[in-house]
Design a protein around this ligand. Structure first.
Ligand SMILES: Cc1cc2nc3c(=O)[nH]c(=O)nc-3n(C[C@H](O)[C@H](O)[C@H](O)COP(=O)(O)OP(=O)(O)OC[C@H]3O[C@@H](n4cnc5c(N)ncnc54)[C@H](O)[C@@H]3O)c2cc1C
Length: 388
């Protein structure tokens, strides 16, 4: 076992830190948060430097690296700004499905759209009535003659109003076993029948675009169906296995960013004639925050590494996502607390970290769903007999 990063990984981490510190200016962070604006120029710059195409194979113009390197970049971007970091790095959200299950023509067309034309992708499973219970999706993807006709509504879709294409999950076959009837289709935003409406007033991650998407009689050919019809649910589970460690890395970055601001603050802020860092309670909190961040980081790195070497362990991805998400929320909460009243107002960035942290416990499966995934692995035999 070797805990050292390779020289290449050190360079990537350093480049990501420099980019985030130079490009995510305080003015841009403040403006995007206040106005809920999408920072398109920075998204494009990050793309040009390969940060958001790190996992796309070289043969399609990407960097051809792994989830581990992606986790390192994610941590650095979110350490400075979770909102802008999300806009930049989630601009290729969903391409994992193409890499894992797309055919040659789909990869050639859609991955190159990303790597050569600043294309933005999205991945849509959530519906108003189907969040955690994703197998309950109502969107229809049904065959009519040579075409597939798609109808339905998706909500909370990252990049919904800025994407060029979106991979949507819908129902193709009805039947007793609802998980077996789902299919992914690739929909381009310029297709007739596509409509996206931005969702505003989010608690955090306000630089990231979130939208409702309505598809009305959208028609595509076989070439826009991902893999085998009816296998969509299983593709999605594999997708999550590869993307949850990235959310864990987002959470580690958020925790680290909030922690560093707090470390500086407790050394400077004086009460009762000494820096608040001199109080034992503050020291204990700093120790607890630092330890939890390091534990979350190690779990995240292991989960990312496990995927990178191609060994399947979904429970590890879920452990990392749940634990790191809870760490981000814990650390951001104590960051505000240790800033006192100043942490509650917008002048110090901890207030934004506090609002941004929460999402890591919600999207790509809530923390409760992560615990179900973990428990199902641990208790497989019993749950086969008595579980749902
Ligand atoms: C900013 C943002 C971006 C997002 N981006 C995307 C995206 O790009 N694509 C996409 O498809 N979706 C996206 N989502 C949706 C997100 O994945 C869902 O919100 C999430 O999966 C939870 O679904 P829900 O909101 O319907 O909550 P619900 O499923 O209704 O859950 C409500 C509560 O019930 C709990 N719960 C539900 N079922 C169980 C159970 N069996 N056991 C115990 N507790 C349970 C949940 O943990 C939660 O606490 C995004 C959401 C947000 C807020």
């Amino acid at each position: 076992m070797d805990f050292k990063l390779t020289p290449e990984q050190i360079d990537i981490k350093k480049a990501a830190r420099e980019f985030a510190e130079n490009e995510f200016s305080p003015e841009l962070m403040e403006e995007c948060d206040r106005e809920e604006g999408y920072p398109m120029e920075v998204v494009k710059k990050a793309r040009d430097l390969g940060f958001s195409t790190i996992k796309i194979p070289e043969e399609y113009g990407g960097m051809g690296l792994t989830l581990f390197e992606e986790a390192l970049i994610t941590e650095e971007f979110y350490r400075v700004s979770p909102g802008i970091g999300n806009a930049c790095l989630s601009s290729t959200f969903g391409t994992e499905l193409l890499i894992l299950f797309g055919n040659e023509e789909q990869k050639e067309k859609y991955l190159r759209w990303i790597t050569e034309k600043h294309g933005i992708s999205a991945m849509a499973t959530t519906e108003p009535e189907a969040g955690s219970d994703v197998a309950n999706v109502k969107m229809k993807i049904v065959k009519e003659g040579d075409e597939w006709v798609i109808n339905g509504v998706k909500t909370f879709i990252t990049n919904g109003t800025v994407c060029d294409f979106v991979l949507v999950l819908g129902r193709t076959y009805d039947g007793e076993k609802r998980h077996h009837g789902l299919t992914f289709a690739i929909i381009e935003s310029k297709m007739k029948g596509f409509k996206a409406t931005k969702i505003k007033n989010k608690l955090g991650l306000r630089a990231s675009d979130t939208a409702e998407i309505v598809l009305k009689d959208v028609r595509v050919g076989d070439e826009n169906i991902l893999g085998e019809p009816g296998k969509g649910f299983y593709y999605l589970m594999e997708f999550f296995n590869h993307t949850r460690p990235r959310v864990a890395a987002q959470a580690v970055g958020i925790a680290q960013g909030a922690f560093e601001l707090t470390l500086n603050y407790v050394k400077e802020r004086k009460q009762f004639g000494k820096p608040i860092a001199a109080f034992q309670h503050t020291q204990f909190k700093i120790a607890e925050m630092a330890t939890r961040i390091q534990a979350a980081r190690l779990l995240t790195y292991q989960a990312a590494w496990q995927c990178s070497i191609g060994e399947r362990k979904p429970e590890l991805s879920s452990m990392a996502k749940w634990f790191a998400g809870e760490t981000a929320v814990y650390v951001a909460d104590w960051a505000v607390q240790l800033h006192g009243g100043y942490g509650y107002v917008g002048d110090y960035a901890v207030e934004r970290f506090y609002r941004d942290a929460k999402i890591t416990e919600l999207y790509e499966g809530t923390k409760e769903i992560q615990k179900l995934v973990i428990a199902r692995t641990m208790l497989r035999d019993v749950l086969k007999k008595y579980g749902d």
